[in-house]
Design a protein around this ligand. Structure first.
Ligand SMILES: [Zn+2]
Length: 198
C-alpha cells in the first residue's frame, strides 16, 4: 500500500535531513499528522524564517540577522585579533566559552583536494581583504584538528605571514581528528591559551 501523497511528500522531506532514514522519516511524518495545527504552522514558519531572515555577515561570514553581525559591530570587543573557524557553529562554541573577546572569520569549509574544495570555494579572499586594516595584529587559526584542517591552517599561514601579521594555531588539547564544535569549554580554553605561532 502506498502512502497518500501529502504524507509521502513529508516523508521524502524528512529523509533529506542528516541521519534520518526512511523508517524514522515515516515515524516523524505520522507524528506531525497528530500534532496540533498551530504547532505544525509554527514549525513550518520556523523552517522558512531560518532561511529568509538569516544571512551571512558580509565582514566575517558568520550567520546573522543583521549585517554586519553583532560581533563585528561590537565596540566592546578587541578588533586586534581574528579567530578563523570552519563554520558558524564553531563561533557559537567559542562564544559559549566566554574567554575570547576578539573577532571571527568563518571559512565555510576547509581545503579538500579529495572533495574538490579549493581556496576560491572558501571565504578566504574577504579574510585577506580584512587584513588591510592596520588594527589587526593576530590571526588565530582554529580549524579542526583533521588533515584538511591542518592543511588549511598551513595554507592560510603562508598567505598571511608576508603581511607581517602574527599567525597562531590553537594548541592541541584538541584530539587529532576532533571538531571544535564538540569540544568542551575547558579544552577550548586550554587550546586558546596554549596557541602557538605558525
Ligand atoms: Zn560579522
Amino acid at each position: 500500500m502506498q502512502y497518500p501523497a501529502p504524507i509521502a511528500k513529508l516523508i521524502n522531506s524528512f529523509t533529506k535531513l542528516p541521519g534520518i532514514g526512511s523508517k524514522t522519516a515515516a515515524r516523524l511524518a505520522f507524528y506531525v499528522l497528530d500534532m496540533p495545527e498551530r504547532d505544525v504552522l509554527e514549525f513550518a514558519q520556523n523552517l522558512i524564517n531560518v532561511k529568509r531572515e538569516l544571512t551571512y555577515c558580509s565582514v566575517c561570514g558568520n550567520i546573522t540577522d543583521s549585517d554586519p553581525c553583532p560581533i563585528c559591530q561590537d565596540p566592546g570587543r578587541s578588533h586586534k585579533e581574528i579567530l578563523v573557524v570552519e563554520d558558524a557553529r564553531d563561533v557559537m562554541s567559542m562564544e559559549r566559552m566566554q574567554e575570547y573577546n576578539g573577532l571571527y572569520h568563518v571559512l565555510h569549509g576547509v581545503l579538500s583536494p579529495m572533495e574538490g574544495t579549493g581556496p576560491d570555494d572558501l571565504n578566504i579572499a574577504s579574510l585577506i581583504k580584512r587584513l588591510e586594516d592596520p588594527t589587526i595584529e593576530e590571526v588565530i587559526i582554529a580549524t579542526n584538528a583533521t588533515a584538511e584542517g591542518e592543511a588549511t591552517a598551513m595554507y592560510l599561514a603562508r598567505l598571511i605571514k608576508p603581511a607581517g601579521i602574527k599567525v597562531t594555531r590553537l594548541a592541541h588539547g584538541l584530539a587529532v581528528g576532533s571538531d571544535i564544535e564538540y569540544a568542551d569549554e575547558m579544552t577550548l580554553y586550554r587550546a586558546i591559551e596554549g596557541r602557538r605561532e605558525l
